[in-house]
Ligand binder design. Structure first.
Ligand code: PLP
Length: 387
């Protein structure tokens, strides 16, 4: 049975395999005995390996131990957890914040407590799997609207029966396309139709907005979007997730969100590292500057080579290939030229939209980006993507 399923996946070029690194993450990594340039990491600001962030994790481990010993509501709320929740609320300018073990857990924990059976969810079609799973768990009716299409969303809102509780779900910065949600229009629709807007800003946190508070800050909507979730595992370089918002929302979730209640608290080191990462990110805005100038260099180069890309406006730079098999072959050719960038295939993206999702960070040098462009040109010729 298992072997059959695996063979079916392989036949469709959809088999996934782990590809272990021989080093930590960084602009370059060790892979299969060679040094290669990594263009697949979400550690956009290099905070995963920042000495101060590492030191905070070591200190917290020495002071509080490796594990938290219990779930948050039992005896697992240690000083680093409380400190991080305070830092997050201060950073985001909200009353309160609460941590989750990961973004996946946050979404499946929060959504079913915002909406339920008989209610309606309208979600952008490209929403992350964790959002979709949260929607399924809620048992609400679930419809998708075309990607970033507010006219389509409005037509769905108009057609629903009167007074039906409705949750609109979107990512802030879309993880697989690198484009932004039309948050301003989404907020207006939510207000006009008395729906609740739920924004997952996993990728926007730390890189979008003048001070890195995320996509909502970037769009100037902090006063109109009372709560939202984000993660600590991408630009903040660590692990975990949060929701920030009014105190009553946070206290409610602490009482009802099962993936918050029934799991061991994050390790103290992880919480302490995230607090320090937030401090460093705010104190060193030059990281964001470097990120955006690297993004420009790589994006312009890719366009000049003639690749077909998404409507990206961010350091997520997907090259569209289409076919899952062709995407895998392109990734293999790139690796042969010492570029590590993974093929993203269904079900992560829709059938026929397989791609290589490149991400650039503040830590890549101009030389590394130029080397990557050289490799892209060669691999593009070899696979027939470029003529
Ligand atoms: C990565 C991601 C998540 C999951 O976060 P983890 O902390 O990795 O579990 C959720 N939503 C979006 C949009 C993401 O990109």
């Amino acid at each position: 049975m298992f072997r059959n399923r695996l063979r079916q996946l392989a036949d469709r070029s959809l088999l996934r395999r782990l590809s272990p690194l021989e080093s930590g993450t960084g602009p370059t990594i060790q892979h299969a005995g060679r040094e290669v340039i990594l263009l697949s990491s979400n550690d956009y600001l290099g905070l995963a390996t920042h000495p101060e962030v590492i030191r905070a994790a070591i200190q917290a481990t020495e002071q509080y131990g490796v594990g938290s010993g219990a779930s948050r509501l039992v005896s697992g709320t240690l000083p680093p957890h409380a400190d991080l929740e305070t830092s997050l609320a201060t950073f985001k300018g909200t009353e309160a914040a609460v941590l989750f073990g990961a973004g996946y857990l946050a979404n499946i924990g929060i959504i079913p407590n915002l909406i339920g059976q008989g209610d309606l969810i309208l979600a952008d079609r490209l929403c992350h799997a964790s959002l979709i799973d949260g929607c399924r768990l809620s048992r609400a009716d679930f419809r998708v609207f075309h990607h970033r299409d507010c006219a389509h969303l409005e037509s769905l809102l108009r057609r629903r029966s009167a007074n039906r509780s409705t949750l609109i779900i979107t990512e802030g910065l879309f993880s697989m396309d690198g484009d932004l949600a039309p948050l301003s229009d989404l907020v207006s629709l939510a207000e006009r139709y008395e729906a609740t807007l739920y924004v997952d800003d996993a990728h926007g946190t730390g890189i979008m907005g003048p001070t890195g508070r995320g996509t909502i800050e970037h769009c100037g909507l902090e006063q109109r979007i009372p709560f939202h979730m984000g993660t600590l595992g991408k630009a903040l370089g660590g692990h975990g997730a949060y929701i920030v918002g009014p105190n009553d929302v946070i206290q409610y979730l602490i009482n009802v969100a099962r993936p918050f209640i029934f799991t061991t608290a994050l390790p103290p080191a992880v919480a302490a590292a995230a607090s320090t990462a937030i401090t460093v990110m705010q104190r060193e805005p030059e990281r964001r500057m470097r990120l955006w100038s690297n993004r420009e260099r790589l994006f312009t180069g890719m366009q000049q080579l003639g690749f077909r890309m998404t409507q990206t406006v961010s350091p997520i730079l997907p090259i569209l290939v289409g076919d899952a098999d062709a995407a895998s072959v392109f990734a293999e050719r790139l690796l042969a030229h010492r570029i590590y960038a993974t093929a993203i295939r269904p079900p992560t993206v829709r059938e026929g939209t397989s791609r290589i999702r490149f991400t650039v960070t503040s830590e890549h040098s101009a030389d590394q980006i130029d080397e990557a462009l050289h490799a892209l040109n060669l691999a593009g010729q070899e696979t027939g993507l470029l003529f």
